[in-house]
Write a protein that binds this ligand. Structure first.
Ligand code: ADP
Ligand code: MG
Length: 698
């Protein structure tokens, strides 16, 4: 087929293109496009800077008196970097980011000037009527508010002939209801920080700054843009709805960590340069398991910033890909039959300089570590349904539980060594597994040094302890990290508070023995959520059911917990989301799922009807009905039967779409027909790029 062939030729022409090496210049432009502390100190009067810092460190609300000065300094810096416009940059419930640009242009005595006031910096009033709100806001009160989040620095986004100052903001309705992903995330972080300080007080520790940290590993696919443009399914849904499995896909396991093709490396270099100027600490790049699949991991940062940065990483990946004649697919499952993409959410809490998920080196530190660990186990067991809900989405349904990503059942993997520690703690000397068969006395005995690498072998666990952090592997590659971390923070805050309730009652002299009893009781009660085995096996499904762990494989089931009374009460108690806001989210996620599914069904139908069937029928007719020989006759029959099946399943999908029922099985059936035809129709006339081309030519 001519179009497919064209694409192949052009690609080889581009192979030699690349970017000039940057080397140590990187250090000069790192964060050049961010109005960070250093630049604020330079551009602001000392007293203003001091006040702003107090706000950033969470000690004081923003002093409205300094807003004008900050705005002017920010504008001057931005203009000096080429910006002409500004925007409040926010994260509506679409899961993406939103921006509405205004120029700095104003008139003063008939003269054009650039101006940016404190009021425009701190508050915006975009029309909110076209953002999803789940019924929270009717069009007659469509006003929405964006408010500056000074904890995430303003930055500049560039395009080829200009730049825009972006101000990270929260987004809420006229009546104050949350319409975004950032607000509840910030609230949940506050709640967790408070709970950590309270818990640490039980251990007699001075108050120190708490930091919740996140390192989000981003997986993605790259395909040549020419192929992409010939695939209406990719264009409209981000995934292929058809495609016969190629002879070679990932079975040779030769892509993972393989040498990176030069065209891809040129792309990655450009991505990293952009990210570095945005102050995003991109660190790791490598080939992933599936062909044409790659990963980017930044160095971890404070949670709110890391979430913003991940949103920007996704945007930069898409935009730079476009410039390189590539398309970056962030969908969770762009290609059937090979691995999909996730976003591993590495999460930890630090207190002062100490990572609380680091076991530490003395009995006192170990006691804190085991208490924090216990609170996480408690949280996970009590609210795994909420955590699952936060990863729900049509794309992720193809991934979770598909023997490549963790199952939809949330459990935690602690590793052999930590499991042994827990055995010693709970079962004491009677623990058969324990090599030393001793009882671990909290606050007295030191833990054996845990080997970090030894804990990271189990790739099937959704929530794995990896030495000094937890890695949540269920989030999908296209999803914002805000939702899962909002849940994680809140459920851990609750679990910590429940522990503090008990610890605060202990007399000082009996603290260690009392703590030992409490942890023993807690772990025994919640141990069912710990699972160190292979999460892909059928036995685990059975075992998880026996343990009573929820298994919510599809989105419509997975979002139900958003409506559960105890979950709504919990989020309300911690001031993260009200019941009304939870209901609205349920509504938004449900509608989004239904709309996406409808789009997938419609485009699947259109492709089958107007692209595949005409080609197939033409080929069939061209065979004629003359009996050339027995094998042609039998091939013709097979072909005709496939075309008939295609027509039958086209009609079935049409019906399913009209009723909005049974769309998924109808699409699956149609896919079988199309993929079968792909294997028999003359390769020269097949109208869409095939898997073996899209996945291997770049
Ligand atoms: P792997 O693929 O083995 O899981 P990577 O190096 O790809 O490891 O990613 C690990 C991620 O975890 C990185 O983003 C890293 O910065 C992050 N990380 C390390 N320590 C912490 C921490 N204390 N808190 C949050 N994230 C962390
Ligand atoms: Mg990784």
């Amino acid at each position: 087929m001519q179009k497919r062939f064209d694409a192949v030729c052009k690609i080889s022409d581009r192979r030699t293109e690349g970017t000039e090496p940057q080397g140590s210049k990187v250090l000069e432009f790192f964060a050049a496009d961010v109005f960070d502390n250093e630049k604020m100190a330079k551009h602001l009067p000392k007293s203003t800077y001091k006040k702003l810092m107090a706000t950033l460190n969470g000690m004081q609300p923003l002093d409205p008196g300094i807003a004008d000065e900050v705005a002017t300094a920010m504008k001057e810096w931005a203009v000096s970097r080429g910006a002409t416009h500004y925007t409040h940059w926010f994260q509506p419930l679409t899961g993406g980011t939103a921006e509405k640009h205004d120029s700095f242009l104003e008139f003063s005595q008939g003269k054009a000037i650039f101006e940016f006031s404190g009021k425009t910096l701190t508050v915006g009033e975009p029309d909110a009527s076209s953002f999803p709100s789940g019924g929270l806001r009717s069009t007659f009160e469509a006003r929405g508010y964006t408010a500056w989040d000074p904890t995430s620095p303003a930055f500049i986004k560039r395009h080829s002939n200009g730049a825009t100052l972006c101000i990270p903001t929260i987004f809420c309705s006229y009546t104050g209801e949350v319409l975004d992903k950032k607000t509840p995330l910030l609230r949940s972080t506050q709640a967790l920080k408070k709970a950590v300080v309270r818990l640490m007080k039980c251990f007699g520790q001075e108050e120190e700054p708490v930091r919740v940290t996140l390192g989000a590993e981003q997986e993605y696919f790259l395909v040549d843009k020419k192929f992409y443009l010939q695939r209406p399914d990719l264009l409209q849904t981000g995934r292929t709805l058809y495609g016969a499995p190629p002879a070679k896909h990932q079975q040779l396991e030769d892509h993972y960590f393989g040498s990176i093709p030069s065209r891809i490396l040129a792309f990655m270099t450009d991505v990293e340069n952009e990210l570095w100027s945005l102050g995003i600490p991109a660190k790791t790049r490598h080939n992933e398991v599936a062909p044409a699949q790659f990963e980017l991991a930044p160095i971890f940062e404070e949670l709110n910033l890391a979430v913003d940065h991940n949103m920007l990483i996704m945007e930069v990946l898409r935009q730079v890909a476009d410039r390189h004649g590539l398309v970056c697919l962030l969908h969770e499952k762009p290609f059937a039959g090979i691995n999909g993409s996730g976003k591993h959410n590495n999460w930890a809490i630090s207190y002062g300089k100490r990572n609380l998920l680091d076991p530490g080196s003395n009995p006192q530190e170990n006691a804190v570590f085991l208490t924090v660990l216990t609170s996480i186990i408690h949280a996970l067991d009590s609210h795994s349904d909420l955590l699952r809900a936060a990863t729900a989405g049509l794309g992720n349904d193809h991934r979770l539980g598909a023997n490549e990503a963790p199952p939809a059942i949330i459990s935690t993997f602690l590793g052999e060594q930590l499991e042994e520690v827990i055995d010693q703690l709970v079962d004491g000397a009677s623990a058969a597994k324990s090599k030393k068969a001793a009882t671990l006395r909290i606050g007295v005995d030191a833990l054996p040094t845990l080997k970090r690498d030894a804990t990271d072998r189990n790739r099937t666990s959704p929530f794995a302890f990896t030495g000094n952090k937890f890695e949540f592997r269920a989030p999908g590659s296209s999803q914002s990290c805000a939702e899962v971390n909002m849940v994680l923070n809140t459920i851990v805050a609750e679990a910590m508070d429940l522990l503090s309730d008990q610890l605060e009652k202990l007399p000082a002299a009996k603290f260690n023995t009392g703590l030992q009893e409490i942890l023993k009781k807690e772990i025994s009660a919640h141990r069912r959520v710990i699972f160190n085995g292979d999460g892909y096996t059928k036995e685990w499904l059975k075992e998880a059911a026996r343990r009573g762990l929820p298994n919510l494989p599809s989105t419509l089931e997975a979002i139900q917990p958003l409506k559960a009374k105890e979950n709504q009460t919990l989020l309300e108690k911690y001031g993260v989301l009200s019941k009304v806001e939870m209901d609205s989210r349920y509504q938004v996620f449900r509608e989004e799922y239904e709309r996406r599914l409808d789009i997938e069904g419609k485009i699947a139908l259109e492709i089958a009807k107007s692209i595949i069937r005409p080609v197939a029928v033409k080929e069939l007719v061209a065979l004629g009905d003359a009996k050339v020989c027995a094998s042609v006759e039998s091939f013709r029959k097979e072909f005709a039967a496939d075309v008939d099946a295609l027509s039958k399943d086209i009609a079935a999908l049409e019906k399913a779409l009209a009723k909005a029922q049974g769309i998924i099985p109808a699409m699956d059936a149609l896919r079988k027909d199309v993929d079968a035809l792909e294997t028999i129709v003359d390769d020269k006339v097949w109208p869409m790029p095939k898997y073996r081309e899209m996945l291997f030519i770049c």
